[in-house]
Design a protein around this ligand. Structure first.
Ligand SMILES: NC(=O)c1ccc[n+]([C@@H]2O[C@H](COP(=O)([O-])OP(=O)(O)OC[C@H]3O[C@@H](n4cnc5c(N)ncnc54)[C@H](OP(=O)(O)O)[C@@H]3O)[C@@H](O)[C@H]2O)c1
Length: 231
């Protein structure tokens, strides 16, 4: 019997951080990197079904994946867990993040009172968010099945994820940003006793589309896609 303490979830932490771990400035991303943003969008939207869910009667379209659990057809989505300020920083017309299940961490019980999208939920902390995902997946009446879980920031969500006993895969885009000192929000320090950097090949294996190896140049900046795992 597996111990009840065995962490079964993989949390995919995805972040673009400067050389000093800066991630934000004035409630916004400090840089404009279209291709890097496209990497985030594709990573969080792409559904990678495990073998046991790959069935002949699945329906996979450009925008949606459906699987059958018995007679029940469910839409498969990845979850994006984010902090309240990150949620609020997404322009209204782009939220909830489409084709993803959005979970906002907040202590304000009424934050989403006016939201009527079935793709948004709130939770008081990371544990409650993960519990909510388990409940959704175990509920035979739910129309949604969550595949991968992404922690998409900001600081508090990243910190809780990195320190959680779950399996963590850190997809870090390291941006060389000359104005890093003017930023106001930071990714927590990566503890090298716990996390170690992996090869580009190990990263590419986990990314469901081809990415560029080494330094990428965009909009006058340089960055690199990296992967860290718990050692
Ligand atoms: N570069 C990147 O990849 C990236 C990614 C995401 C965000 N960002 C940037 O980061 C900034 C926003 O991040 P932020 O750190 O200021 O704010 P945030 O983490 O998005 O939001 C903070 C709020 O979220 C709730 N919260 C966060 N972590 C929690 C936890 N573990 N448990 C319970 N509640 C939690 C609390 O809400 P209540 O106060 O409502 O209780 C907290 O005040 C923006 O500049 C954004 O553009 C950058």
């Amino acid at each position: 019997m597996p111990s009840t303490n065995t962490p079964k979830r993989v949390i995919k932490v995805i972040v673009a951080a400067a050389q000093n771990n800066a991630i934000g400035r004035n409630s916004d991303i400090p840089w404009q990197l279209k291709n890097e943003l496209a990497y985030f969008t594709k990573m969080t939207r792409t559904i990678k079904l495990p073998k046991d869910l790959q069935k002949e009667n699945n329906q996979v379209t450009k925008d949606a994946t459906y699987v059958y659990f018995g007679d029940k057809k469910k839409r498969v989505l990845n979850a994006c867990i984010m902090g309240r300020r990150s949620w609020e920083s997404i322009p209204l017309k782009f939220r909830p993040l489409n084709h993803r299940y959005n979970i906002v961490l907040t202590s304000n019980k009424d934050l989403l009172a006016k939201e009527n999208s079935p793709l948004v939920a709130q939770a008081k902390d990371l544990d409650e968010a993960l519990q909510l995902i388990d409940e959704l997946n175990n509920n035979s009446h739910s129309d949604i099945y969550i595949q991968d879980v992404f922690a998409i920031g900001g600081h508090g969500v990243y910190k809780a994820s990195m320190e959680s006993p779950n399996q963590v895969e850190l997809f870090l885009t390291r941006v060389q940003f000359p104005e890093a000192d003017s930023c106001d929000t930071f990714f927590p320090e990566i503890n090298s006793n716990i996390f170690s950097r992996q090869s580009f090949e190990a990263l590419q294996e986990r990314v469901p589309f081809e990415i560029q190896k080494g330094v990428v140049q965009e909009n006058g900046l340089q960055y690199e896609y990296q992967l860290f795992l718990k050692s």
